[in-house]
Design a protein around this ligand. Structure first.
Ligand code: ADP
Ligand code: MG
Length: 215
């Protein structure tokens, strides 16, 4: 199994656009329960702008890719999720720089840098009912797989499964960060929209790598 190349990373971003577009109504419905009903449109609009930017100016390195995706999300998405996802891609891109192809350990380290950026920016901790509750378990599963000698594909499979479990585990939680926290106890009983889109981010990476393996 080969390592992740720059075209694989671009395919990941495009697949993420496709998945948030496919799930736009679901994300918006989740956000209408505990937020302001804009998460689906925020993510779809932001990722459409990202793909348009990438088509107009193809990145030469993973670092450039992360910068384009991150800056575009920060500037086109008004909600909390724009700066948070933007920071994820900016930090992950900085960690990648011009290093590619990436093995599972190297890609895991870049993703970890991205998640640390989200934590630094949003100050959410695990259990606060945010995207962090999908991202942190995903990265833990990634690292466990990578240190056991997994390929990028196997690590991405493990991470996507762990993200989905983390997303599902947000349902009973009371939100302590973001708009949903205004609801207090009433935020319990709903899955977090950002944890749902963060699971799509890992699904997109798994799909992009699987697609490549199949072709
Ligand atoms: P807004 O809340 O500004 O309308 P979105 O609806 O696009 O923005 O995104 C909401 C999601 O953002 C939440 O479901 C949550 O997962 C995530 N989120 C909000 N605040 C934070 C934070 N401080 N840290 C991490 N994630 C957060
Ligand atoms: Mg919202």
């Amino acid at each position: 199994m080969t390592d992740a190349t720059l075209p694989d990373l671009v395919a990941w971003v495009v697949r993420f656009r496709d998945l948030v577009t496919e799930h736009r109504d679901e994300l918006t419905e989740l956000d209408s329960a505990i937020g302001d009903a804009d998460h689906g449109s925020n993510m779809a609009r932001g990722m459409d702008a990202v793909v348009a930017k990438l088509e107009a100016t193809p990145p030469a390195t993973g670092g450039e890719l992360g910068k384009t995706v991150g800056m575009t999300l920060v500037s086109t998405v008004g909600g909390a999720s724009g700066p948070l996802y933007g920071t994820f891609f900016l930090r992950a891109g900085t960690a990648i720089g011009d290093a590619a192809p990436l093995d599972a350990a190297a890609l895991g380290a870049a993703l970890r840098a991205g998640v640390e950026g989200v934590v630094a920016r949003g100050k959410a901790e695990p259990g606060d009912k945010t995207m962090i509750d999908a991202l942190v378990p995903a990265l833990d599963a990634w690292d466990a797989a990578a240190s056991g000698g997994a390929s990028v594909q196997e690590a991405a499979d493990a991470a996507a499964s762990a993200a989905a479990s983390g997303r599902d585990a947000t349902t009973p939680l009371v939100a302590r960060k973001g708009r949903a926290s205004y609801l207090g106890e009433r935020s319990a009983g709903h899955v977090d929209p950002g944890a749902t889109s963060a699971t799509l981010l890992l699904d997109a990476l798994r799909d992009a790598l699987a697609e490549r393996a199949a072709s």
